[in-house]
Design a protein around this ligand. Structure first.
Ligand code: ATP
Ligand code: MG
Length: 158
């Protein structure tokens, strides 16, 4: 396990939706080696988001187990959801800096780092805009900046 970041074993998940059962995941197993970029590709509704939520511990599977490297986990995990979830009362900059703020690492140097990243994404003009004043793509970029700038050791992107 030392060289792994994630180990998924025999995960199954069925949703009960009204009168029908939807098998979202059926006996899924895989390992992710440390430091690797691992992509899950598949058609809409095949269970990608469900799998990610199970790995993150946000959803309990019907069957199977998930192991995530505890050392890496302790150092930081970030999650970019399929639909950007920004705090509506915070500006783009404040949302982008949220991960740093939660880690109590907000200071002039880290704020400048976030601002630099916002400039790289060509969003500096919108730094003081609220999420309701941003386009969908801008919100997603702000969410990605938030996740990356928290300098996670495990990054999950839906
Ligand atoms: N809370 C839920 N209740 C009932 N069914 C659900 C629930 N969440 C997901 N499903 C169903 O499980 C299946 C997998 O959904 P999931 O969101 O994981 O797909 P996905 O691969 O992420 O799709 P997309 O590419 O469109 O984002 C779908 O058929 C979906 O309708
Ligand atoms: Mg999805």
């Amino acid at each position: 396990m030392e060289n792994l970041d994630i180990s998924v074993k025999k995960i199954s998940m069925t949703f009960n939706s009204g009168s029908k059962n939807i098998i979202a995941l059926d006996n899924i197993s895989f390992d992710v080696e440390q430091g690797k970029l691992f992509c899950i590709v598949g058609p809409s509704g095949c269970g990608k988001s469900t799998l990610l939520r199970i790995i993150l511990g946000l959803l309990e599977p019907n069957e199977g187990t998930v192991w995530t490297n505890p050392t890496r986990e302790k150092l930081g995990v970030a999650y970019v959801q399929q639909h950007a979830l920004l705090l509506p009362w915070r500006t783009l900059l404040q949302n982008a800096a949220l991960g740093i703020e939660i880690k109590s690492k907000l200071n002039p140097r880290t704020i400048e780092r976030v601002k630099k990243e916002i400039r790289e994404y060509r969003l500096n003009e919108f730094e003081t805009n609220l999420p309701s004043e941003l386009s969908g793509g801008m919100k997603q970029k702000a969410d990605i900046i938030r996740a990356l700038e928290s300098r996670p050791k495990l990054l999950f992107c839906d």
